[in-house]
Design a protein around this ligand. Structure first.
Ligand code: PMP
Ligand code: GLN
Length: 381
């Protein structure tokens, strides 16, 4: 394995899902729902398969999905993107992130991001030969620390890799925080690559602010999303990136040689899903908010300190009251101690001390599963 990939081994999600399968523990580790997305979308995929749409789709994506992504950006955010030149369909957000970073970064360039970070950010930055510069979001409020953010920028900063709503903290960046980040990006003439896969999973009436809607930002922002979270179809791997035509063309050049194309019959099905009514989008957020409340209350009654998330389907708790002193070791024991799997937050940090005993639990599960998990954790406490 090449030196720049040393330390990346097996992802924590694969490790923890394998542990859940092995022990029969309730898997609140890897984030995936245990119910299916909209019926119309599922039927559309079957119809596409039956209609013979099983060969290579066009490189940029099937036309109806490009149109549907553009229509979605306008419908929810008033953003106008040209479906022919400013949208690219990818194999999940994961490929969009990788192709974007590889397309924009020279070796030695610096990428500013927040920690805890989604694991693929660190790996992708390393693959590109770039250098990550991070600013820590601290439990339990995960507020942006202006001084450390400023210090992460330099004359080598090439791009800022943002994620709002944020995995694993559940933080929804405020408009003020985003304005600060964007003003620093403009000052350093950096791109902003913004991973908004949880754009529709926002609670308590809060507003998701897409970075591209901020003044002067559309021309330097690449926005990434995917169907996995919005439509509970994480295995379909349909993602997309939108932004200025020249940057999207650069990403497309790289994407061609990563996967060429992908997800043939699922692309038209996601186009159908994107066009569904507001009730479908709101219904998912409402249902997840209730699940969040259930899990947060349960973790608190098990004696844990919890950071209440405003978005995503993850909640972070401090497991010190359950006897944790080291998150990764504790999470490897948790299936036998409590019959539950969670993910140690420190693996998403360079500064592991910032998250020594923090564990992320996913609440995108049926209520009875969450209730059973909570009961088990309470018995363990
Ligand atoms: N970004 C974030 C923040 C995520 O949590 C995930 C995982 N669901 C992804 C990207 C990857 O998305 P996809 O499954 O569409 O590749
Ligand atoms: N995004 C999911 C999570 O954070 C997992 C994706 C993966 O397994 N790579 O749990």
């Amino acid at each position: 394995l090449v030196a720049r990939m040393h330390g990346f081994g097996t992802t924590i999600f694969a490790e923890m899902s394998a542990l859940a399968a092995e022990t029969g523990a309730i898997n609140l580790g890897q984030g995936f729902p245990d119910t299916d997305g909209p019926r119309e979308m599922l039927e559309a995929a079957k119809a596409a398969i039956d209609a013979g749409r099983n060969q290579y789709p066009p490189g940029p994506g099937v036309p109806e999905l490009l149109e549907a992504v553009a229509a979605h950006q306008e419908r929810f955010y008033g953003l106008r993107v040209d479906p022919r030149s400013e949208v690219l369909v990818t194999v999940g957000a994961t490929e969009a992130i990788a192709a974007t970073v590889l397309a924009l970064c020279e070796p030695g360039d610096e990428v500013v991001t927040f920690e805890p970070y989604y694991d693929s950010y660190a790996a992708t930055i390393a693959l590109a030969g770039a250098v990550r510069r991070t600013s820590v979001l601290r439990f339990p409020d995960f507020a942006v620390d202006e001084a450390s953010l400023r210090a992460a920028f330099s004359d080598r900063t090439r791009l800022v890799l943002l994620n709002t709503p944020h995995n694993p903290t559940g933080k929804v960046f405020t408009r003020t925080e985003l304005e600060l980040i964007c003003s620093l990006a403009r000052e350093h003439d950096a791109w902003v690559v913004t991973d908004e896969v949880y754009e529709h999973l926002v609670f308590d009436g809060l507003e998701h602010v897409p970075v591209a809607t901020l003044p002067g930002m559309a021309e330097r922002t690449l926005t990434i999303s995917s169907a996995g979270k919005t439509f509970s179809a994480t295995g379909w791997k349909v993602g997309w990136v939108t932004g200025p035509a020249d940057a999207v063309a650069a990403v497309r050049t790289v994407k061609q040689f990563l996967t060429f194309v992908g997800s043939g019959p699922f692309q038209p099905a996601v186009a159908v899903a994107l066009g569904l009514g507001d009730d479908v989008y709101a219904g998912l957020a409402d249902s997840l908010q209730a699940k969040r409340d259930l899990l947060v209350a349960g973790l608190r009654s098990a004696g844990l300190e919890v950071a209440v998330p405003s978005g995503t389907y993850f909640v972070i708790a401090d497991t010190a009251p359950l006897g944790a002193t080291d998150g990764p070791a504790f999470c490897r024991r948790l299936p036998s101690v409590a019959g539950v799997v969670g993910v140690p937050v420190s693996v998403f940090h360079d500064d592991v001390e910032a998250a020594r005993t923090l564990v992320r639990f996913a609440f995108c599960k049926r209520d009875e599963v969450l209730r059973e998990a909570v009961a088990r954790l309470s018995r363990a406490g």
